[in-house]
Write a protein that binds this ligand. Structure first.
Ligand SMILES: [Zn+2]
Length: 350
């Protein structure tokens, strides 16, 4: 990103921020969106540790059903503001690097279908740049993969030939166009980003062919080590994650929509570097953010850039340590059959 592009973005962000970020939030709700209980408590208060955009975010927990949700939640304009330059623009290179290094995870997701079916047409919802679809062809060379995403990256996936068709837009809005075309659908780390997950599941049940399979992977809010990392646990991912689903809640919601449980993977879904390594990266963002970021209100002085460079140098040996510890932690938690994420594979009735 050159200086001119950075400056044009700085003008946009500083203009938006001058009007205040409070307008990006909807009114706080007083009941649980999952079960309707008013028995709520604050689980986490945090700023944006990922991009360091201004704002404070609250995750509340329902003390009746344990569902966790952002409250107050962001408005559509707020979501657009906070997503901007995360997966595209300034953030595209970093995001694509993050997707590229997950090849083995993608393959293990794709192979989860092996005992049950041979997919003919597979729709990946929340497909990003199509990295999963590209990797999954190694497991399913004869399957047609399509992808859907809000971002323009899905059109890039189609251009690269990683998906046959890239649908850009919302899953709910595109439901009529998609209905009856797919015998397998997947939502990997997608559902927690949506504002109305019940509606998303309703649409999934409508769109999928009878006897088809739906594969969902989401962060596991019941993962104890996540709590120990506090607000630096990457899977809280504020302000993007709107909902976090305890395993039992999600399985019941799927059963309510006529899906039967085919398989569950907990340890196998664990994301290896989403704990200590990601925490370290977030701490670096807090202690020494890149002062050139156009949404920061600080001036990118020489001293601030020097501090960032010094922090990066100090972090390097720590990074080697956390990578090793995360590898050991992954080995240990997978043996216990838990992890920072879980997968469920369900089948729609004939
Ligand atoms: Zn509840």
């Amino acid at each position: 990103m050159n200086t001119t592009q950075l400056e044009s973005r700085r003008m946009y962000y500083q203009k938006e921020l001058a009007e205040g970020v409070e307008r990006f939030f909807e009114p706080r709700r007083h009941d649980c969106p999952w079960c309707g209980s008013t028995n709520l408590s604050v689980r986490l208060r945090t700023p944006d540790l990922h991009q360091r955009k201004p704002g404070q975010f609250v995750l509340e927990q329902c003390d009746t059903c344990r569902h966790i949700f952002q409250n107050p939640r962001l408005s559509p304009a707020g979501l657009a503001f906070y997503y901007r330059d995360f997966y595209d623009g300034l953030g595209q290179q970093r995001a694509e690097w993050g997707f590229r290094i997950q090849q083995s995870i993608y393959l293990s997701r794709a192979k989860m279908l092996k005992p049950f079916t041979i997919p003919r047409a597979w729709l990946d919802v929340g497909a990003g740049y199509g990295h999963f679809c590209q990797a999954a062809t190694a497991a399913w060379p004869d399957t047609i993969f399509d992808g859907l995403d809000q971002g323009a990256g899905i059109k890039e996936a189609q251009r690269r030939g990683w998906v046959r068709h890239g649908y850009q837009g919302g899953f709910i809005a595109l439901a009529d166009e998609l209905a009856g075309r797919y015998d397998v659908m997947s939502m990997h780390h997608y559902l927690e980003h949506t504002q109305e997950p019940f509606d998303e599941l309703d649409i999934a049940a409508r769109v999928l062919l009878p006897g088809g399979y739906l594969l969902i992977e989401v962060p596991d809010p019941e993962y104890r080590f996540g709590d120990m990392l506090g607000r630096t646990w990457s899977q809280w991912c504020q302000p993007q994650h709107q909902h976090l689903f305890p395993f039992g809640n999600l399985v019941r919601a799927l059963a309510d929509r006529g899906f039967s449980l085919a398989a569950v993977e907990r340890g196998a879904a664990h994301l290896m570097y989403a704990d200590l390594t990601a925490s370290l990266a977030l701490l670096l963002n807090v202690c020494a953010p890149d002062s050139r970021l156009p949404w920061l209100t600080v001036t990118p002085t020489y001293l601030r850039r020097l501090r960032r460079t010094a922090a990066l140098i100090v972090t390097m040996p720590l990074l080697a340590g956390t990578l090793t510890l995360d590898t050991l932690l992954s080995w240990a938690v997978r043996r216990t059959g838990t992890g920072n994420a879980y997968r469920v594979l369900v089948r729609k009735s004939d």
